[in-house]
Design a protein. Sequence first.
Length: 180
Amino acid sequence: MATFELSSFQPTQDLGLIAAIETPNTGILQIGFWVNDPNQSIQWQSAVKNHTRQDYLWENTCFEVFIGVKGQDFYREINLSPTLSWQAYQFEEYRYPETMPPQAADDIELIDAQRTKFGLTAILDINPFLHSQNVKIKDIFMGLSAVIQTDGQQHFFAMQHSGQHADFHNKRDWLYTFYA
């Protein structure tokens, strides 16, 4: 299991975020996000009954997974909400196409998501993506990030922030590589 302490774009002492990825080399990703919120300032929305697909999840507290392929421009963005709603988007290159909401991707499947006392865990199947793009798991790299909504402020957490603005689509900040 690979574990990362995500950093806030505007440093805060009131919140901390740990993310982890486990892959049994099968195209099934087990991902966890654990939030340290000692002041209980995060706005958590109520959970929904089913794992429904929903757009604009990033407008509230939302955990995000970005999947890229080495040497390729296209990528996927997966949004996981503590409400247990989710969505996957496809991009041909950096933030393109520019439609809002972005074009949904049907080659990523959510197997399960669970809200925990401290965050969220999810199991994703990326095998349809691997097969449709004719790539192997060793060709994939990933970024983990989160938008955390507190009373009146959004905090942007990522593996790293290399730009002047918080930008989860910046592939330079996607630091996890698969070894299969």
